[in-house]
Structures are given as C-alpha cells and as structure tokens.
Design a protein around this ligand. Structure first.
Ligand code: DAH
Length: 342
C-alpha cells in the first residue's frame, strides 16, 4: 500500500474513535501539526524508486488528504463544541428564581438623599430642576461669570483641563449662562451637579464634590428674597427654624456678594467647639447677580435683577448627617454610607 493510502486509513480509523474536543485536538496535532504525519509526508514523500511523475501524483494525493482531514476536523470540532456547551448548561446548578434574595439591598448615598430633599423643597417653591454636563468650556466656567482670563479668582478653582481645551466644571455656576439662555427671564431654577478641583485632599477637601446652584431672576428681586428662600430651605432641611446672617464675600459674578451663615445647630448659637465658639457656621455663598453676568445670559438688566447661590451639597450632607470626613463619600465605605435612610 502506498504511504498516502496508509495515512488515509489510519486517520479515518482514529478520527471515527474521537469522542471529545481534546482528543480531536490531539489527532489534529498528530496528523496536521508541524511534525504531523501528513505534514511530514508532504515535506518528504517516501516512494521507493518512484518516477518524478509518481511523486507528483503522490503529492497531489497527500494534499487532497490534508485538505479533507482538515475539513473533517473543523466540522467535527464545531459539533463537539456545541455538544459540550449543551452538556455544561445541563449540568450547571439549577436556581430557583422564585426564592427571596439572600444578599443585602443597597441604599441611597447620603448626597443623593440630601439632593432629592433640597430639590423637593425648591420644586414646591416653583423652581425648575436643571441638569448640566460635567465637562464644559472656559467661557461657561469662567468668562460668562465675569472671570476673565488671568483674573486671580481663577486661582481658587484650579482644575482639570482636557487636551481639547475643555474643562471639568469647578462649580455649578458654570451652568448659569446656559440656563439663562434656555429660559430667559423671569426664571427660577436650581441645578445640582458634581464639581472637580485640583485640591490637596484632606478631611474637608476633596477633588470631587457636589454643589447645588440656584438662580432667581425677576422684576424687583432683592436681597430680602434671597434671605427668605435660603431660610425656608434650610429650616426644612434641618427640621427646625434656622437663623441666618450675611457677611460680605467676594465672587466676581455677584455684586454684592455674601457668605451666608446659619446659627450653629449643635449649640444653638451659644458657641461650642463645632462652630469654633462663634455660634455661626458658614454654609452658602450667594449674592445679587452681576449685571455683566445677566447681560451675557441675554437678560435685560433695565427690567430684571436676580440672586444666585452656590450651596455646598457635600458640606450640607456632612452637617446634616454628622459625617466628619469628606473622603468617606467617594471611598465606597459602605459601612458609613449605608446608615442614612431617606
Ligand atoms: N461658585 C462659587 C464657588 O464654587 C460659589 C458661589 C458663590 C455661587 C456665590 C453663587 C454665588 O451662585 O452667588 O466657589
């Protein structure tokens, strides 16, 4: 029998005995691998004293065998793979999907809880809740807020720039211009959001935190309106009447600008270690919107004035829930984060 016939028979015999993909792979290597019988026979056909014509025929026959064997192996491989998947599925443990879950349910993060609470309060007072992207540009984050390039106020908000010149928003004020352009006056809106700054992280500073900005624009809006809305909101959040006071504060987008303090909730204003014995806690910068900012937002400053505030939502959550370390918020520290219920 010539070598090609021998190979064909032995391959056929062994092929029909293959029962799984491992054995099939072994067979492939044995016949078609680098040192496989068919590969070797093709590289070095032994045919006694065959003529060149015989050799040519033999090569042809071997190539034919190689092609058929390869086809048989890949077809059988696919069949075996399918059968093996089916078997694995049938042998997998069976689950009773009607059983109650054995894992613990998750909980809302404290920031989400406080954000929803403040949103609900402002919605009852006629404010729209607006969303704004976390990536914005220099114009919205700074220039439209009366902070020109090289203004020293930019130093306080060192931040992360993208390669295309865009910027991660450093404060929710970045949305003011877009919201004025969207609604025009009169306008009442709040816009919560995640903010980013290049901060040295410690117990009270993080590079990622939440604010809730608010704006009210109408004819005859004054500081009295600002105080009323802030006091109402804070009294609801803390479930008791709070006193507020305004101190002068500088922000280029408001004039006049303020720091709004509330009376210390721990000592009620007597003075204690929590409030540095002053009786007051700094909570929310705010002010009357600067005419430049209103004008850049397309608002007619002959008719309209407005107030704006930038509530530190993360800070408010820390105060409301007594969270001492800001790093807990982004740490995934479930033991801390799970304790708060809405
Ligand atoms: N955007 C300011 C900051 O993050 C906070 C702020 C101050 C917002 C005064 C305001 C405002 O709307 O009126 O530092």
């Amino acid at each position: 029998m010539n070598p090609q016939m021998e190979l064909q028979e032995s391959f056929a015999r062994e092929f029909s005995a293959v029962g799984d993909s491992q054995a099939l792979e072994a067979l492939r290597v044995k016949y078609l691998g680098k040192n496989g019988f068919i590969t070797q026979a093709l590289a070095n056909p032994r045919a006694g004293n065959a003529t060149p014509e015989d050799l040519l025929e033999l090569r042809k026959a071997l190539n034919h065998l190689k092609k058929n064997a390869g086809g048989d192996i890949s077809r059988r491989g696919e069949e075996l793979r399918q059968a093996e998947i089916l078997a694995a599925e049938q042998n997998a443990p069976q689950y009773d999907t009607t059983l109650p879950p054995r894992f613990e349910r998750g909980s809302l993060a404290p920031i989400t809880l406080i954000q929803r609470e403040v949103e609900a309060i402002f919605e009852r007072m006629g404010f729209a809740v607006e969303d704004y992207p976390e990536i914005t540009d220099d114009y919205h984050c700074f220039e439209a807020l009366n902070i020109p390039p090289f203004h020293p106020a930019r130093d306080m908000q060192d931040t992360f720039y993208l390669e295309n010149g865009q910027v991660l928003k450093t404060h929710t004020s970045a949305a003011q211009n877009a919201i004025m352009r969207k609604y025009g006056a009169p306008l009442r809106a709040i816009f919560p959001g995640r903010c980013f700054r290049n901060e040295a992280v410690d117990a009270t500073h993080d590079n990622t935190f939440f604010q809730m900005e608010g704006m009210m624009i109408d004819a005859d809006i004054s500081i009295a309106n600002l105080i009323y809305f802030m006091k109402t909101m804070l009294s609801e959040v803390f479930d008791r009447p709070v006193k507020v006071r305004l101190r002068p504060g500088f922000f280029p987008f408001v004039e006049p600008g303020f720091e709004l303090d509330i009376n210390c909730l721990i000592c009620g204003g007597e003075g204690c270690p929590s409030c540095g014995h002053s009786g007051w806690l700094e909570l929310c910068p705010c002010g009357m919107m600067h005419p430049n900012v209103l004008r850049m937002g397309g608002i007619d400053t002959d008719t309209y004035t407005g107030f704006a505030f930038g509530l530190g939502l993360t800070r408010l959550a820390m105060m409301k829930y007594g969270i001492k370390d800001i790093r807990d918020f982004n740490s995934g520290a479930l033991k801390t984060l799970r304790q708060f219920v809405g």
